[in-house]
Design a protein around this ligand. Structure first.
Ligand code: SAH
Ligand code: MG
Length: 213
């Protein structure tokens, strides 16, 4: 089973963010496989770079590039006063969240900067300007229906045949969490364009095996 280097794993475990270790290892394995297509690996939802470290390590091993997209202003539930707010990632000058500096430090310390292109922007807007095929799309951005379905509609069509679609925070039971990523997962399966590869906790891995996204 493909695994990150011990250095990357240590950096991942130390990084701020929302990716548990078990799911991170499954993310790495999928990324290592997808890298064999020779195409970029794309993530929506950089935050402070925790999951990006794993994509970067897999990209390095497979001689491809990891691309990570985020406006770096945080999701709804990360804003001041909400459950997942972290006051250390607020820019004191302008008084809004800015996770970009933390992300850059994380990537730099792990020695993985050369393997990542970070795009600062809104996912659907970046997707609409995007032109090339992708080997992997990892959806881990906003958790409202509008954001999650926008990520799917914007990025899934760019997946190459045989490429992998990963969706994080899929909770079939509403008691475990929000339903938007789960609905995107069901929609991807219902499209007939994807076949399920694996499920690890809340991480789903699907392979693009058809058209009609
Ligand atoms: N993958 C990260 C966690 C991502 S948290 C980890 O491993 O820790 C979700 C991120 O998605 C936040 O940083 C937020 O700013 C970003 N986000 C939410 N909606 C977005 C959108 N429409 N476009 C770009 N980024 C978005
Ligand atoms: Mg997540």
């Amino acid at each position: 089973m493909a695994a990150p280097t011990p250095e990357t794993l240590a950096a991942f475990e130390a990084a701020k963010g929302f990716m548990p270790v078990r799911e991170g290892l499954a993310l790495y394995e999928a990324a290592a496989e997808a890298a064999s297509l020779g195409l970029p690996l794309l993530e929506v939802g950089t935050y402070c770079g925790r999951s990006t470290l794993l994509l970067a390590d897999a990209a390095r091993a497979g001689a491809v590039t990891a691309i990570t997209v985020d406006h770096h202003r945080g999701s709804e539930e990360q804003q001041p006063g909400w459950e997942y707010h972290d006051p250390t990632v607020v820019d004191p000058e302008v008084g809004v969240m800015d996770t970009l500096p933390t992300f850059r430090r994380t990537l730099h310390r792990a020695g993985l900067e050369d393997h990542v292109i970070a795009i600062v922007g809104r996912s659907p807007q970046v997707a609409s300007a995007w032109g090339g095929p992708l080997g992997l799309v990892f959806i881990d951005g906003g958790h409202t229906d509008a954001h999650a379905s926008g990520d799917y509609e914007g990025w899934a069509p760019h997946l190459a045949d045989g490429g992998l679609l990963l969706i994080h925070d899929v909770f079939p039971d509403p008691a475990d969490g929000g339903q938007a990523p789960y609905r995107v997962y069901l929609r991807a399966l219902a499209s007939g364009a994807f076949t399920e590869v694996s499920a690890t906790d809340s991480l789903r891995v699907l392979r693009r095996t058809g058209t009609g996204i």
